[in-house]
Structure formats: structure tokens, C-alpha cells
Design a protein around this ligand. Sequence first.
Ligand code: PMP
Length: 368
Amino acid sequence: MTGIDDLPIRAELRGKSPYGAPQLDVPVRLNTNENPYPLPEELVRRIAERVAEAARTLNRYPDRDAVALRAALARYLTGTTGYETDPGQVWAANGSNEVIQQLLQTFGGPGRTAIGFEPSYSMHGLIARGTGTGWLSGPRREDFTIDTGAAVRTIAERRPEVVFVCSPNNPTGTAVDRETVIELYEAAQAAGPSMVIVDEAYGEFSHRPSLLPLLDGRPNLVVTRTMSKAFGAAGLRLGYLAADPAVVDAVQLVRLPYHLSAVTQATALAALEHTGTLLGYVERLKDERDRLVRELRAIGCEVTDSDANFVQFGFFDDAHAMWQALLEHGVLVRDNGVPGWLRVSTGTPEENDAFLDAVRAVTKETTR
Ligand code: PMP
């Protein structure tokens, strides 16, 4: 049988494995930072209506520029962050992963490098690899915050064309303050000029305001967002960015024509009509996230402060054994390969109780 390595694939892909959290069928799945609440029935009905409307013209290609959707996303950003966002500053694609891919196709590529401060969202490095962009792993402090001085020095020395800042950071939950982003941006301009991409996939869950207002006067800054988390629509595949309109023009050079289907655009527009209800779930999830932090600490776990809809907890001599033990209690969490730490997504109160009970049971078993 032919294996991947028998094919004439690119040298840098040889021997690599694809990204993927295990999709296991267990009672409590808290491993991929999804929103645990299904969409409300009235929104499901509205999606059906708008998709039916779109279906009537499916013989035609969709709006290539997704004008109505970008206007609705701009209104959403303006309304929720207070930053007056123009539709010309917004671009959308199939998940923020595709947005990031388009950004790296535009600003990275062969002979160029991107940097991220790890542990962070592993897809930044994987999309870099997929687009032929070199990858630099920048460090974090022991408390998982970014060491700004060290980061600025690395940017000055290595001159990456793209700098990733994930805030709140996956998998640690750590938010990045605006002063740090400003310092990294200035370092990237002095060394480059280079693009700085702030990944705010979990922005709605943060205790802090969005970093979107930093776009003013910073044409090489991009903020990426997604409807996969706060909107509870991971299955929709809709991510977007806000940046200077020139960045939106630049990504047009690499985007596939008609990349965003008419069905996707119709569904996203329906969801954006219901932001009030959906953001109500966000408030509930933030309370539950804070409860997870408190209760895990009461159990005796170490917990990293979280601004996201998930919590990093430890410290385990063998995090993978802990992951396995929780799985045996019917609870799937995430082992991101950060030594000593695991990550749990905030579920419904019942799911969180089941998770906390499992942690209590496992710690009792192992300390007996
Ligand atoms: N950025 C971060 C930090 C994420 O954690 C994720 C999803 N896990 C994404 C981007 C991509 O999300 P999506 O493609 O669903 O928008």
C-alpha cells in the first residue's frame, strides 16, 4: 500500500502529523473550546428561512465580497467593542483558521518567517508550515505571560515578517495587555516593517476590553475573530478580521474566488441578528469559567488565570496519565502537550459538575 512518504510531497511535510483533537464519543466532551449551548430554536428557524432564500439563487456564485455580511460584522464589532468599525476594514472567511491562512499567504511564504509565543494556538505554526512560512517559537514566562523585553529582543534579532499575539491565549487563557501589544508592534515596525496579528478568537470571554481600538494609526495590525466560540457556531465555519482597508485589499490577492458559500453567508447573517441572545450565553459561560477556576483551586489544583472559555489546570507529574484517568471517568479534556498542564473547556453547569467530580475522584485515587 502507498503511504504518504511514498508520494512526492513537500520535504517539510514529510513525517508530520495532521492537527486534530481526538473526537471521542464520551458523555462529557470539554476538549475543543466549543460553546456547550445549542443555538436557540428561534435562531434555528431564522437560519432555515435565510438559507431557503439563498437556495433560490444557488445556481449563481455567491457575493464574492460578502458585502452584507461584512457590514453586519462591522456593526457587531462597533456595538460590542465601542470601536467604530467600517465594513471596509472587515474581511471574512471559513473560520479564523482560513483568515490566518490568507494572512500568511499574503504576508508570509517561502523565505519569510512568523513568530508566536508558546505555548499558544498550535495552528499558527501549522498554518505557517502549510504556507511555506518559517516558524519561530518565542518564549513565555513561567506564569505564561509574554516577557515583553525578551520578545522585543527576539523580534529585533530575527526580524520575522509576521508576529502572532493570541489574546486570550489558547491553551493558557492568558490575556495580553494593550501596552505589550503596542511594544511588540513598535518592535515589529522597527525590525520589518512586519505584520502583527492579534488572535482574539476568545475575545468576548475576556475580563478586558478588545484590542480592536489599537487598529487606529497602526496599518500593519490585524485583529482576527471567530463565530465559533462566543456565537456557539463552530459548525458554521465563519471567522473574520478587522484591519486597515489596505490589508483587506491585500488578502484579495490570495483568497479563492467565491470562497464563502451563499449558505455560509446566509447562516452567519441570521446568527448576527441574534447577538443579544447569544451574548447572554457568553455571560453564563464566564460565570461558569470563574466557578471552574475557584473550585479547581479549592481541590488543590494550580490554575492559570483565564480570560477565555476554558481553563488551564495542573500541575501533574504526568499530565497525560491524568487526562487518561479523567477519560475513564467519562470526561474528555485536552492535553495540549504543555508539560504538567491540561485544559478544560467550560461546559454547561452539569458538565462542569461532572468534570469537577471526576477531578476529585481521580485526585483521591492517586493520593490514597
Ligand atoms: N484561534 C484560536 C486561538 C483558536 O483557539 C481557534 C480554534 N480552536 C481558532 C483561532 C480557529 O477557530 P475557527 O477556525 O473555528 O474560527
